[in-house]
Design a protein around this ligand. Structure first.
Ligand SMILES: O=P(O)(O)OC[C@@H](O)[C@H]1O[C@@H](OP(=O)(O)O)[C@@H](O)[C@@H](O)[C@@H]1O
Ligand SMILES: [Mg+2]
Ligand SMILES: [Zn+2]
Length: 177
């Protein structure tokens, strides 16, 4: 199967150092909804793996998080596509969970859900932790320059990291090559 895994904040929607705390603050990046819909219509399964420590920090609750993801699903459906499994880590940095990136727990959950191997599967993120999570399970790390991506570019990236301007550029690459 053609599986693509996306980080959420900074890849699909605008990110904020103040966290994305409400559906109103959850604003798609230019071209991201269309990119997901086009990928879906081209036979790709698009899953999401997102850290959401704002839950542990008490900035918003699971109902709000679910509403953001319902919004994502509705917007993509309006473009004729669909979003696959969305996995989130609600824990804080000190909770010692297995799912918070850079740990690869969420990627493993997605692989198990679809019963596929992760080797070579593209995982698209804007933070170094996303790329490190990818590397940990032999996914292809892919950095976008949106969100925190420009800042991440200044760090030492995992060997072999691919770099694209945004999700729309990734969709064009995957669909047309
Ligand atoms: O990019 P994804 O994984 O979809 O989500 C990132 C968010 O959970 C938040 O992650 C936080 O990091 P800490 O969790 O506080 O280290 C900060 O970077 C926030 O700016 C950001 O909105
Ligand atoms: Mg991000
Ligand atoms: Zn977790």
């Amino acid at each position: 199967m053609k599986l693509l895994i996306l980080d959420r904040d900074g890849v699909i929607n605008h990110d904020s150092d103040a966290y994305i705390k409400s559906v109103e603050e959850w604003l798609p990046l230019p071209g991201s909804i269309e990119a997901i819909a086009q990928l879906s219509k081209a036979g790709w399964t698009v899953a999401v793996a997102t850290n959401q420590s704002g839950i542990a920090r008490g900035y918003y609750d699971l109902a709000v998080l679910d509403a953001m993801h319902e919004r994502l699903r509705v917007l993509v459906a309006e473009q004729g596509g669909e979003v696959g499994l969305i996995v989130y880590c609600p824990h804080g940095p000190d909770d010692g969970c297995d799912c918070r990136k850079p740990k690869p727990g969420m990627l493993k959950t997605i692989a198990a859900h679809y019963d596929v191997a992760l080797a070579g599967v593209w995982f698209v993120g804007d933070s170094l932790g996303d790329l490190e999570a990818a590397k940990a399970v032999d996914c292809q790390p892919v950095l976008v320059k949106t969100g925190k991506g420009e800042k991440t570019l200044g760090k030492t990236l995992p060997v072999g990291t691919l770099i694209f301007d945004d999700l729309a550029a990734i969709a064009a690459e995957l669909i047309h090559n």
